[in-house]
Ligand binder design. Structure first.
Ligand code: AMP
Ligand code: MG
Length: 422
């Protein structure tokens, strides 16, 4: 069906998604063990009660000493103590050296460490002595107290997703538990009478339901609790019932297929009957039709949708359109629901190793892959039905409307890894 309404820019659509979802951001947080917090979103800043490292310590095995005690290379100093990692020494006696090992606390009075490779131990009474063949600069090989984290510093901020390295940093300041947002609860279903599940025979006219697996994977990768409601037939009553059911216990309902304006497309009429929906034509390719709205939780009160409703996003059915719109639109909603910062990941300017002479007048997201010369190759088919392109690709070129690309031009590259795990 030819739709003549003006198209919405993607930026405008994302801004509306962001605002709609932020208005009903998930308020609940929970305390989880830092051990189990990977991928969760912080509900509160993590502030350090300690300095890291907590005390000056050596970054090398060697001898801690006072630089001023060494007149010249080759000076001999008695060894007055031994300080392995995890031990605290005594204040350093003047004119002596302390044998010290990586991570060991530098004793008060010492101001430098000389590498063991630059020293020769000399046997003798007690711990013996050491010949020091280099004169160190003061401070050499000493990691200062607070060099990583100062006491009282905010090391991780609310709204931040917990990466493995963030968990390491939280642990380094002694945080055994973290306050995180409740995971978004998302209901997912696919619409289409042609869909069958892998494992079943492919009857004439049917195709396998690929979106169910791809979208569920993206939602899980984004840290959601996903309820998979399966395949809903192309009927208004069934679609209404599925939306109504899904609204009850979920923050967000994501569907694929049935959002165009054909008579076999029931998502928008169903969502209108069960709540409210905005019917968007977004100036992007792939992924033009997108429905965004809310589904009433208390069905049948005739009062229209309100803040207690479930959000609803209807994605187009073509697999690549579903993939790209999930990466851009659904993740924008999920981030806003969890109080995360708005915006797409930073695009990287890279050289195109392809020509794209006939651009669309919509903003395009082309499936590309980085080659070993640091330039981008284009997958030969950019059809929205060719899911192979999304597996072959490691990124998308975000191409402005109407912009032709010639080999060698600089284009904007969005890595899929950054889009999937953001
Ligand atoms: P629709 O958005 O329902 O008009 O579907 C557009 C195209 O995507 C049609 O060719 C559908 O067969 C296909 N499609 C819809 N849903 C899925 C799905 N879950 N998996 C694979 N292809 C789908
Ligand atoms: Mg359909």
């Amino acid at each position: 069906m030819n739709d003549r309404r003006p198209m919405l820019s993607l930026d405008e659509a994302l801004a509306r998604l962001q605002a709609g979802a932020a208005a009903q951001a998930i308020a609940e947080s929970e305390s989880v063990s830092t051990f189990d917090a990977l991928g969760r979103v912080l509900a509160a800043d993590v502030c350090s009660a300690i300095a890291v490292p907590p005390a000056d310590n050596t970054s090398m095995d060697g001898y801690a000493l006072r630089a001023a005690d060494l007149a010249a290379p080759g000076a001999m100093l008695p060894v007055s103590q031994r300080i392995p990692a995890g031990h605290v020494g005594q204040p350093l006696l003047a004119g002596t050296a302390a044998r010290i090992f990586t991570g060991g606390q530098v004793p008060p009075g010492a101001d430098a460490v000389v590498l063991q490779e630059h020293c020769v131990p000399v046997a003798g009474e007690g711990l013996g002595a050491v010949r020091v063949d280099r004169v160190p600069a003061p401070g050499q090989w000493i990691r200062r107290r607070g060099e990583d984290v100062t006491q009282g510093a905010v090391v991780l901020v609310r709204g931040q997703r917990l990466t493995p390295q963030a968990l390491g940093l939280a642990a380094s300041v002694g945080a055994g538990t973290l306050s995180v947002r409740r995971r978004p609860r998302v209901a997912l279903f696919s619409s289409g009478d042609e869909l069958v599940m892998p494992g079943e025979p492919l009857r004439p006219g049917a195709i396998y339901n690929s979106n169910r697996f791809m979208l569920r994977g993206l939602l899980l990768a984004a840290g959601c609790e996903v309820s998979d409601l399966g395949i809903v037939p192309d009927r208004l009553d069934a679609t209404r019932a599925a939306l109504r059911q899904a609204a009850l216990a979920h923050d967000l309902i994501v569907t694929s297929g049935g959002v165009s304006s054909g008579e076999e497309d029931h998502l928008k009429p169903a969502a209108r009957a069960e709540g409210q929906v905005e019917d968007w034509q977004i100036a992007m390719k792939p992924g033009k039709p997108l429905a965004f709205g809310r589904i009433r939780r208390a069905h049948g009160d005739g009062k229209g949708a309100g803040p207690g409703d479930a959000l609803f996003i209807g994605l187009p059915g073509n697999p690549v359109s579903s993939f790209v719109t999930c990466l851009l639109a659904v993740s924008t909603v999920l981030r806003a629901l969890q109080g995360m910062a708005a915006g797409l990941p930073q695009a990287v300017p890279l050289r195109a190793a392809f020509d794209w002479p006939r651009p669309d007048r919509r903003r395009e997201f082309l499936r590309v892959r980085l080659n070993d010369q640091g330039a981008l190759e284009l997958f030969p088919s950019q059809s929205s039905g060719v899911l192979t392109s999304a597996v072959w690709a490691d990124g998308l070129v975000d191409n402005p409307p109407g912009q032709a690309i010639a080999r060698g031009d600089t284009v904007r590259y969005l890595p899929l890894a950054a889009l999937i795990s953001r």
